[in-house]
Design a protein around this ligand. Sequence first.
Ligand code: RB5
Length: 143
Amino acid sequence: MKIAIGSDHGGFELKQHLVPFLERRGYDVMDLGTNTDESVDYPIYGKMVGEAVRDKKADLGIVICGTGIGVSIAANKVHGVRCALCTSEFMARMSRCHNDANVLALGGRTTTPLMAEVIIDEWLKQVCEGGRHQRRIDMLNEM
Ligand code: RB5
């Protein structure tokens, strides 16, 4: 499975921690930057990851900024992207089971590396429950 990942400077440190973590888990990681801690604009990275998922260059995406808010807003502007900002294992589970999130947003300044690993492990192992949730996801896809 291929995972696209991108961050601004606020998420850079966490991204650098997560790329090898995901590789150790056996995922094919597409790192779309940023590549230093110099200040950059988060909309660019949210959009790039969202587009990689939309264009099926990646199966799933992970976006990171200081809070996760900016990149999640940016990613959600890409048609077909369902980006969920998660700060707990429960949110990660729900975002997959109920919302079929295809992009996960994390906050580099709000989520520790260890918590990010827990969130990602949960997010990647869950699948959408379908049924009434699928009908609502279809509504999102129509927007
Ligand atoms: C950058 O300082 C910060 O605004 C950004 O990383 C993010 O938190 C925006 O939502």
